[in-house]
Design a binder for this molecule. Structure first.
Ligand code: GDP
Ligand code: MG
Length: 324
């Protein structure tokens, strides 16, 4: 049983999710754990050497310099206050301090799948570099919304490659949700526009719009995304309600860099971090959830529809620290 377990009463569905998370984060857990246990091996007390080792362990586990420094500072302050802290207690303190500095979605609620659905249709624009998992994440989101009783419409505004439209169409068939698409090379803004018109006419709960991830230069990206946003806003005031940036967690510090670029180029209101399965670099989630005051809403831990989870910082930290 993990340290935060006492906070949760999981239902069956959540127990299953926790098992998927455990499995998905396996490599990160092993990496994280072996580094942290090495950092404190043979020590009975938290002294400067333990803190130095811990700092190095966190940095090499992809937690990133800034976030690591914050964690270490907070632990130092606690050690100074509580005087004698042994390394056994350090484990729990570390979990608490890590969870404390992470931003998660305050609206996180499994029933609405992490999204406040008081606006109808609720419009999500999905952005991010090519290959990070945008289209896959949209498919998984659609599946989860549908499973939670919400009607969904997809918009294929990544019109640069025929394969991109096809890929979203496959997800639309697989999940059983409608899609608005045009031929390759169409203006992405016009696809976005039509998707909103259609979504309002069909009275759907959620609209999710895919975009191309070409990051030629900041000005170009900004211009294109602004144009898409304006087209969305033409038929629905205040939409898009959410601009979700998708990041590939398996790229470690690169994901952090991409988050910096994108948030500087356009207003991002939520984050999804994918491909945390099959990587040991999942520590980057801690860096991202600390350094951007934008909530991490979802994490991807596999390629199946079921493998997208609402991010809960306590569950995440708990999983990182529990070795079966
Ligand atoms: P896009 O270019 O941003 O739309 O990225 P795609 O959705 O096409 O995804 C690129 C690749 O990453 C595909 O092969 C996906 O199956 C894979 N992928 C996406 N999310 C995950 C994930 O959470 N775990 C794993 N293992 N693969 C993923
Ligand atoms: Mg795509």
């Amino acid at each position: 049983m993990g340290f935060f377990d006492k906070l949760f009463k999981r239902n069956k569905d959540q127990e299953e999710q926790k098992a998927v998370l455990d499995e998905g984060l396996k490599q990160t857990k092993e990496n994280f754990f072996s580094k942290i246990s090495k950092a404190i091996a043979g020590k009975s007390e938290v002294d400067e050497e333990v803190l130095d080792n811990l700092e190095e362990a966190l940095i090499t586990a992809d937690v990133g310099l800034d976030t690591t420094v914050t964690i270490i500072k907070n632990i130092e302050a606690r050690v100074a206050k509580d005087k004698y802290i042994n390394t056994g207690e350090l484990n729990n303190i570390l979990q608490e301090e890590i969870a404390n500095i992470l931003t998660d979605s305050s609206s996180t609620d499994y029933k609405t799948y992490g999204t406040p659905l008081d606006k109808k249709p609720y419009v999500i624009l999905v952005v991010g570099v090519n290959g990070v998992g945008k289209t896959t994440t949209i498919g998984k989101l659609a599946y989860n919304f549908k499973k939670n009783g919400k009607s969904v419409l997809l918009g294929a505004a990544d019109t640069f490659r025929a394969a991109a439209v096809d890929q979203l169409s496959i997800w639309s068939d697989r999940v059983g949700v409608p899609i608005v698409k045009k031929e390759m090379g169409s203006d992405p803004s016009s696809v976005a526009y039509d998707t909103i018109v259609s979504g309002i006419a069909r009275d759907v709960d959620v609209i999710i719009i895919d975009t191309a991830g070409r990051l030629h230069n900041k000005a170009h990206l900004m211009e294109e995304l602004s144009k898409i946003k304006r087209s969305i806003g033409k038929n629905m005031e205040n939409a898009p309600h959410e601009v979700m940036l998708v990041l590939d967690g398996s790229t470690g510090q690169n994901a952090l860099e991409q988050a910096k670029h994108f948030t500087a180029a356009t207003e991002v209101t939520s984050l999804a971090i994918t491909k945390l399965d099959g990587t040991a670099k999942g520590g980057v989630v801690l860096a991202i959830a600390n350094q951007f005051k934008i909530p991490v809403k979802y994490i991807g831990v596999g390629e199946r529809m079921e493998d997208l989870q609402v991010f809960n910082k306590y569950e995440f930290v708990d999983t990182l620290f529990s070795l079966q």
